[in-house]
Design a protein. Structure first.
Length: 387
């Protein structure tokens, strides 16, 4: 047995007695090897895996196994799905209004001074939440993600990035456990925690809950609050369309607004993205490109440069001209307007949010229903490991 699992007792039960010895031995050995590899890969020494072919097994076990997943997986094991990485951008790459840069610098200084002021000087007794939790709010593509990476660099830390989609679960009760595991992973890695697309997590908790989906999202929001109280690291949320924050979050989080870039900022962003290595024509002018469209964010500019370069390369041309970039700007604006005309860019109200949550849960339940009929196997066994 491998060193990683030498303290783990792996038990295999249920191989039919009528099975030929050679086949039974081979099945047993393969299952033990597979569980050993699983324990090594996940660092988890407590697993309960059930495999079977009987009709009653298929009826009784799948849903029960799914319901017990959260209990079977320890917090440490669940946190293995989240890992910090090195930040990608630094302060020299961030282009933002002076007011925003000042707020970011102030937030960094507050985080640096928190141990001195709130722990050594005792102010945590009167202010338990010194707002080392930040909420970056504003339209998509305005630099929220980049700024989170910049803050990680300024603090000399790695960054753990997760989105709402990576936290929610189709299994009832797993969402709050994933939230707890995410904070645990950030503390384990001593990393800046960045939760993107956090609109649903920070919105006001729903009242008059009548659906399981509503209870699920409320539980996740409550778990976020609990984790914020316990967490002694830096957490940054990014939101786009929240119009009704939960009051409990408003008093615990420092809010920083990210506006759409003005003409001066757009020109600077264009210059940053028009790299010297690009085969640019002499007519390419960042200032003129910045004036071409007012509702153009940093992400739009990046996409315009990348898409233009790819199109020119596909056409076998050697020079990117100003008109090529202007044409791509029009393409992006046209596509965005088409989406808006279909109503997909509307800000959801609470009732619409409920409907969206319910749809997601119903889709998840449908997946669970489909998953409840595993492929037919060759033996009925029960496997578990314990220390």
């Amino acid at each position: 047995m491998n060193k990683a699992t030498e303290k783990v007792k792996i038990t295999v039960e249920g191989i039919p007695a009528v099975t030929p010895a050679e086949a039974a031995t081979a099945c047993h050995a393969r299952l033990v090897w597979a569980v050993e590899e699983l324990c090594i890969a996940t660092g988890n020494e407590e697993v309960d895996i059930r495999v079977g072919t009987g009709e009653q097994f298929r009826k009784d076990r799948p849903m029960q196994a799914r319901e017990e997943r959260g209990d079977e997986s320890s917090l440490t094991a669940r946190a293995q799905q989240y890992a910090a990485t090195k930040p990608l951008w630094n302060l020299s790459q961030l282009i933002a209004p002076p007011e925003l840069l000042d707020e970011v610098r102030a937030a960094v200084e507050l985080i640096r001074l928190e141990p001195l002021v709130f722990d050594s000087w005792g102010l945590r007794s009167i202010e338990p939440f010194p707002r080392s939790a930040l909420n970056f709010h504003g339209p998509p593509g305005t630099g929220k993600t980049m700024t989170a990476h910049v803050i990680a660099v300024e603090l000399g830390k790695n960054i753990l990035v997760a989105s709402y989609a990576q936290i929610e679960s189709k299994y009832h009760g797993d969402g709050p456990k994933n939230v707890e595991a995410l904070f645990h992973a950030a503390e384990r890695d001593q990393a800046v925690l960045f939760i993107d697309e956090a609109d649903s997590l920070l919105s006001k908790r729903l009242t008059n809950v009548t659906q399981g989906s509503e209870q699920a999202i409320n539980s996740m929001r409550s778990q976020i609050l609990i984790c914020l109280e316990r967490y002694r690291g830096v957490v940054i949320f990014a939101t786009n369309l929240v119009t009704n924050y939960d009051q409990a979050f408003e008093t615990r989080v420092r809010h920083i607004h990210f506006p759409m870039p003005d003409a001066v900022a757009r020109a600077a962003i264009w210059r940053n993205h028009l790299l010297p290595s690009l085969p640019l024509g002499c007519d390419v002018d960042a200032g003129r490109l910045a004036e071409a469209e007012e509702e153009f964010c940093g992400r739009d500019i990046k996409n315009a440069v990348v898409n233009t370069a790819l199109r020119v390369a596909r056409q076998g041309r050697q020079v990117i001209c100003h008109v090529d970039l202007e044409e791509e700007i029009r393409r992006i604006v046209t596509a965005r307007n088409a989406v808006r005309s279909n109503g997909n860019a509307q800000v959801p109200h609470e009732g619409e949010e409920r409907k969206e949550i319910e749809q997601k849960v119903m889709q998840s339940l449908s997946l669970v229903e489909k998953d409840s009929h595993p492929q037919r196997l060759t033996a009925g066994v029960t496997i578990w490991s314990s220390k």
